[in-house]
Ligand binder design. Structure first.
Ligand code: DGL
Length: 261
């Protein structure tokens, strides 16, 4: 079982930010990455659609014999992780906005969260943000269209910068000193965000913590693969050429993407 691959999926290419950390910390593991680019973005879709898409991908990954599934998408995690943990017999690791780590570093107790409207309107997010609201004020900012820009590999275009300025401005007005990147796509806009906000504002990205959590789960279940270099296979449900171009641009290396019908 420890030789079986790790399954990772996202609505598209955003989850590659999590995959990079997983591959860095667990170089022996084989990985199957599914970008549901043919159905992205998830952030503006209703929960039943996200559940249906996540189920199709989960069952595909299970048929490939994965030993664990990482839902590298805040929006899908918020909608379905609890249900899937009960329904399928393998561990699921999810991602959620890093409010807790943000609280550990904020000095003025004003935190901003950038995420999709699907994540921000979920019960899971509301519970998470309220759990800490006695100590800090959390300003939530939905960012429609931003994940699409990353999906298209358009990180530095005037339109992307304009969207970032539009979504960051309400947070800057509130004088947040910490901003949580609550969508895996936004990790790829870190440099562009940093140029707009002042240097003293800290960005919180939980991608590395997710990889560390995965190690703990694999160790506990005795599923760690500890020899031979791992292989990564990339799949997309969208257009191969487009996804491949974006993945190469984000990962800064040559990757081959296969089509998943
Ligand atoms: N990358 C996803 C997330 O972390 C979703 C982006 C989208 O498809 O809207 O929420």
């Amino acid at each position: 079982m420890d030789n079986q691959p790790i399954g990772i999926f996202d609505s598209g290419v955003g989850g590659l930010s999590v995959l990079q950390h997983i591959h860095q910390l667990l170089p022996h593991e084989n990985i199957l990455y599914v970008a549901d680019s043919g159905h992205a973005p998830y952030g503006c879709k209703d929960e039943s659609y996200i559940e249906q898409r996540s189920r199709v991908i989960t069952e595909h990954l299970l048929a490939q014999g994965v030993k664990v599934i990482v839902i590298a998408c805040n929006t899908a995690t918020a909608s379905i992780i609890e249900k899937f943990r009960q329904q399928y017999g393998i561990p699921f690791i999810g991602v959620e906005p890093g409010i807790k780590p943000a609280i550990a570093i904020t000095k003025n107790n004003n935190i901003g969260v950038m995420a999709t409207s699907g994540t921000l309107s979920s019960d899971r997010y509301n519970e998470l943000s309220q759990r800490f609201s006695r100590d800090v004020t959390v300003y939530s900012q939905s960012c429609p269209g931003l994940a699409d820009q990353v999906e298209a590999g358009l990180l530095d275009t005037p339109e992307t910068i304009h969207l970032l300025e539009k979504y960051l401005s309400p947070l800057l007005v509130r004088q947040v000193d910490t901003i949580v990147l609550g969508c895996t796509h936004y990790s790829f806009l870190r440099d562009q965000i940093q140029l707009i906000i002042n240097d003293e504002i800290q960005l919180v990205d939980t991608s590395r913590a997710i990889a560390q959590q995965l190690i703990r789960v694999l160790e506990k279940e005795a599923l760690l693969k500890t020899s031979d270099r791992g292989l990564i296979h990339y799949y997309t449900t969208g257009a191969i050429d487009k996804t491949q171009t974006t993945m190469r641009c984000l990962l800064k290396k040559d990757v081959m993407v296969k089509y998943l019908p």
